[in-house]
Design a protein around this ligand. Sequence first.
Ligand code: SF4
Length: 464
Amino acid sequence: MFDKIREACGIVGVYGHEEASTIAYLGLYALQHRGQESAGIVTVDSNYRAYEVKAMGLVSEIFNKENLTYLKGKMAIGHVRYSTTGSSVIENAQPIRVNYINGVLVVAHNGNLVNADIIRDELEKSGSIFETTVDSEVLIHLIAKYNKLNFIDAVKWSLNQIKGAFSFLIMNNDTLIAARDPNGFRPLEIGKLNDAYIVASETCAFDLINAKWIATVEPGEMVVFSKRGMKAIRFAERQRSAMCVFEFIYFARPDSMIFHRSVNDIRRGLGYQLGKEAPVAADVVIPVPDSGVCAAIGYAEATGIKYDMGLIRNHYVGRTFIEPSQEIRDFGVKLKLNPVREIIQNKRIVVVDDSIVRGTTSKKIIKMIRNAGAKEVHYRISSPPIINPCFFGMDFPTRSELIANTHTVEMIRKFLRADSLAYLSIEGLIKTVGGRKDKFCMACFDGDYPVDFREGQSKFSFEK
Ligand code: SF4
């Protein structure tokens, strides 16, 4: 319904907790914003038996007291998903669980592998049978292929075959491993709850269960949780750092810490910088809720213009809502947003949003604000124009569908029917996230892809 780029997945792992399934469930609940098509939890008990619940839908719709009780064991992996590779069907829901010669093997993935097709092709030629169409399944096959190695070495070797963006959780009979790609595209954080370890895409998952953040899984590192405790092992040298800057702009929750930084601080800073770069004479600054809130506060701080909530979001729109007939135009946006007339009427309004993808929703929002009586509507975007797609685990439309790929800022302004339009500059973005472009992936803004996604990278070989 909303014209937004979507996060691909959220993952949570639990090691050593009596109620591992419930902890994983609560973690997924906090990470729901990272994927709303399907969710799953797999647990493993002390007899090395695995239990699985996976379904299409939201975390709150899928899990209940009965199935959480069924999920026995002190180890768990959970996953919420959008489909960026593979279609949106239950077979592609994660975690992926198999039984192989050494017992149970479970994998959950956040990211996108750029050489999965080549690996899959080789594996299929040598007899492997895949059960899903998702890129993540190749890791299962690689680990199984090297079943003669001990589990940690098999994982280490397998992680070195794959390329692209990955934060993985991998579990066998008695060990949980958290791994992050050598460029560090996606976040992966470690927390502790009494004697249990929790791993999650974002720290907001820890807050809900009163776990304490203790460490970050560093790029090129795998952290092993076993009866010997927690141990970090380097599986690959660090490559050029490529933390996804869009996690700060939009994807991650503002109450999370990722990449060692507060998302709220950065997001406010982006709005502040935007206010310095693109001020305008106006009466009130309003955010497009919820994602524009932090940046709008920053913009108001920088410009001295009053901040107010001129748009109210309805959080309770279910996916099952029956679409109204064609005659009722713009109904889609009105389902989610409603203007507060007293705040908007006869005012010059600055609207702050985090990004524009196709521009269709922004256009409807501006029309809605004008219909509520605004004198002027100035649109401000707390990120640079998105001109390129993502190949590292985000759900992007095609290049030609990105309005900034084919239109200038002035053309977009006319399309939106805004009185003025300004984006944050790339320099302003770099300055706000710490002044080092070489630390981040910003490819959707500048086209500088940190990993070559076009070919299958190095030729894959089973020889070792
Ligand atoms: S291309 Fe954009 S969305 Fe994708 S990883 Fe890079 S910064 Fe993030």
